[in-house]
Design a protein around this ligand. Structure first.
Ligand code: ADP
Ligand code: MG
Length: 351
């Protein structure tokens, strides 16, 4: 059997969505407003949304050994599980209010691990103003599995989507790329030469992603399309291209990296530089936002960047394509605006 994650979903599960399968193209699903008040009041009487609001739902599973390292601190595992889910709400422009927690716990789980996991969640509940609404707990003869489902609200018809990019849109990315993927390499001791004082920066970026909720909310009515980076910059940009049926042109030298990663690039040999470039483009786990907006919004985006104190970098643009070969393709450009044939691939589960 050879099945790829997205073709598998397309073949076996997309048909089950009936007429609403457009949501499969996005980071979360937006409920029709008519369903919203009943559902939210049933779960949390103090959290109701009016008819001018819609509920947004997203869910993600994290498996020990696949999405996080089982021996990492439990409070950080908890925070990462919640934050990666909140990042999907950020990509939808939603404001979170609660979450469901499904835990499949292995036999050797300890009380102190659970206390630390729960205190990590408590801290992030405060930080992101969300409450636990329910869940399920099971014992598993295998690795720890955490599934979180987040719920949020968005003003009616204002949710961001992957499929609404327009030809001529500018392409932006928040903060910097690649630090998280370097952090994983540092933890796995594949990058032994990284100076000690840089190590904790990269590890924090891997273990404690920052969901860009404020940015996502401020992009409502300004951005045409958005997605968060979980699988890698190129892989997630490709989702915008496919969903919007456009191609993208990306200036390689414009891709934002932290001063810490720049330091590694500056002192690395060619092999290390290529490795780092691969992590920037495909490492994933960045949980930054990629978004597109018309040129008329560029001043507003500069203002948002300043007011949120968050770097937002123009990295390219989107447009139509002339041939099947160029359909929904990402063109990486060098400083002479020439396409460079890099064929890296982002993370995809396969069977
Ligand atoms: P993300 O990386 O943003 O969490 P995914 O790549 O996991 O998004 O999923 C892409 C889309 O496919 C989402 O809209 C998600 O809801 C949908 N999806 C993934 N797996 C399934 C499934 N088993 N059944 C239905 N929809 C699915
Ligand atoms: Mg996502």
């Amino acid at each position: 059997m050879s099945l790829h994650e997205f073709s598998l979903i397309d073949r076996f599960f997309a048909p089950l969505m009936g007429g609403d399968r457009i949501w499969l193209l996005d980071d979360g699903a937006v409920l029709p407003s008519s369903l919203t008040p009943g559902l939210t009041s049933g779960l949390t009487p103090d959290l109701t949304t009016g008819p001018d609001q819609q509920t947004v739902i997203a869910t993600d599973t994290l498996i020990a050994g696949v999405h996080f390292r089982g021996r990492d601190p439990a409070d950080r595992i908890a925070k990462k599980a919640l934050r990666t889910n909140l990042s999907d709400l950020a990509a939808m422009g939603a404001t979170p209010f609660g979450y469901l927690l499904n835990l499949s716990l292995p036999a050797d789980i300890t009380e102190s691990w659970l206390a630390s996991f729960s205190s990590g969640l408590a801290q992030d509940q405060k930080r992101f103003k969300v409450k636990l609404l329910g869940g399920d707990t099971t014992k598993v003869n295998g690795p720890l599995v955490i599934t979180i489902t987040v719920l949020g609200t968005v003003p009616a018809k204002m949710a961001l989507a992957r499929r609404k990019a327009q030809p001529g849109d500018r392409l932006y990315v928040s903060s910097t790329l690649g630090d998280s993927a370097v952090g994983l390499q540092v933890l796995e001791e594949n990058f032994k030469a990284v100076p000690q004082d840089l190590k904790s920066h990269f590890i924090d970026r891997y273990q404690l992603p920052q969901p860009r909720l404020s940015l996502g909310q401020k992009l409502r009515g300004c951005a045409h399309a958005a997605i968060d980076i979980s699988d890698g910059f190129l892989a997630d940009l490709e989702h915008i291209c496919k969903a919007s049926d456009l191609s993208a042109w990306v200036q390689l030298s414009a891709l934002p990296v932290s001063s810490f990663l720049q330091e590694l690039l500056d002192c690395g040999n060619d092999q290390r530089k290529n490795q780092l470039l691969n992590l920037i483009l495909n490492g994933g786990d960045d949980y930054e936002l990629i978004f597109t907006a018309p040129p008329s919004e560029s001043d507003h985006i500069a203002f948002l960047s300043q007011s949120l104190n968050l770097p937002i970098t123009l990295v390219g643009h989107l447009g139509g394509y002339d041939s099947d070969e160029d359909k929904n393709r990402i063109h990486l450009l060098n400083e002479h605006n020439q396409s460079i044939g890099l064929h890296f691939k982002g993370y995809e589960h396969t069977w």
